[in-house]
Design a protein around this ligand. Structure first.
Ligand SMILES: Nc1ncnc2c1ncn2[C@@H]1O[C@H](COP(=O)(O)OP(=O)(O)OP(=O)(O)O)[C@@H](O)[C@H]1O
Length: 358
């Protein structure tokens, strides 16, 4: 397939070098997998291919770019290929075909030592099951990556202490993992991932095993850390609410292939197909949609006295002022009138949502 044909969405990197660039990535599990790509068998569905060859498609011809500082969420049902994809990025799983470039370095052709350097210095991963070393105190778990990298004890301890503080674990430096709650253990996981100052953080369903309230705290923690540190993040989840909360963009996978890539409001407003529509059907739309999706063209007879808002205002935030005014909202971007929002456009979103949640 022509490469440019398969780049679903590269707006995230317009005009700048991507932090992560993935092209035509495939992972097929099973014997003879590398002989399938490029043949008609590669076009078979996952079930058909398994039936015919015994091989299983984990990731199917996936291409995307992630911009520096972007939070890119990969979402899909169980078995859609999320974990396989994220593991292929640093070759914890060897891709069957395709290219991965991180910070300008070609991962797919990297030799052993380059790969080690990339894993130690450029990327870090946060796992669902924490992966902490049980016989080490928090401080030494956090410092572990620095130790592997060969840094001296006092340097790595002082760096680890900084990061422990950053993730809100001061006072627990000397605790062992089993003395901590699940949420706190995952804070250690986060701290360990941040300790080597990676440019790319990979999260594989990190909060799926946590209670809902702790999970919300941890999501807020990721948002805070992202605001403070500006790291590029690829975040895997099967939870749409989490995806919408964290993602600058969301990529939805089914059977290993991309179904849609878009901003949260795009995915909710224009689901690419019934699979995505199903996912977003019970999302509170007023919390996600912006005025851009509900405004209409201005007309010469429109009132000029309505409240002024930008097109990226969330409908829920606009609703009160919009409905309180006798005049429709004037949507103004960069000093230019780009649309009008009538009360009924707001009500359609809010009322439809009440019907869903009732
Ligand atoms: N080592 C393997 N050998 C064979 N098939 C595998 C292997 N690992 C994964 N698969 C298959 O690849 C597909 C994608 O699996 P993957 O674990 O990446 O999905 P996922 O979206 O991460 O699912 P989950 O949310 O359940 O973790 C599945 O059909 C899975 O059975």
């Amino acid at each position: 397939m022509n490469r440019s044909d398969n780049v679903h969405d590269d707006r995230g990197t317009a005009g700048q070098e991507a932090a992560l660039s993935v092209r035509n990535l495939w992972k097929i599990f099973g014997k003879g997998a590398d002989r399938i790509i490029g043949t008609p068998d590669a076009e078979l569905s996952r079930a058909e291919l398994k039936e015919k060859t015994g091989c299983v498609v984990g990731v199917r011809d996936v291409s995307f770019d992630v911009a520096p500082g972007e939070v890119f969420v990969v979402m899909g049902l169980s078995g859609s290929g999320k974990s396989t994809l994220v593991r292929c990025l640093t070759r914890l799983i060897e891709p069957t075909a395709g290219d991965v470039v991180i910070d300008g370095q070609d991962v797919t052709t990297a030799g052993e030592s380059q790969l080690r350097e990339l894993r130690r210095h450029h990327t870090s991963m946060v796992f669902q099951h924490f992966g902490l070393l049980p016989h080490r105190q928090v401080i030494d778990n956090v410092a572990f990556g620095l130790e592997v990298r060969g840094e001296g004890k006092s340097d790595r301890r002082s760096r680890a202490a900084e990061i422990v503080d950053l993730v809100g674990l001061s006072g627990f430096e000397r605790s062992y993992p089993d003395q901590l709650s699940g949420g706190m253990q995952q804070r250690v996981g986060l701290a360990r991932a941040l300790a080597n100052d990676p440019s790319l953080l990979l999260f594989d369903e990190p909060f799926s095993a946590l209670d809902p309230l702790i999970r919300r705290d941890m999501q807020n923690e990721v948002i805070r850390l992202h605001q403070e540190l500006g790291k590029t993040m690829v975040f895997i989840t099967h939870d749409l609410a989490e995806a919408l909360k964290l993602g600058d963009r969301i990529m939805i996978l089914r059977d290993g292939a991309i179904v849609q890539v878009g901003t949260p409001d795009e995915v909710v407003a224009r689901p690419a197909d019934d699979y995505v529509k199903d996912f977003v059907s019970d999302v509170p739309r007023s919390h996600v949609l912006t005025l851009k999706w509900v405004m209409r063209e201005p007309r010469p007879d429109d009132s000029t006295e309505g409240p002024v808002m930008s097109s990226d205002t969330i409908v829920r935030q606009a609703a009160q002022a919009a409905l309180a005014s006798e005049h429709p909202v004037r949507v103004v971007d960069d000093g230019r009138l780009v649309g009008i929002v009538d009360d009924d456009a707001i009500l359609r979103v809010v009322v439809a949502e009440e019907a869903v949640t009732a």
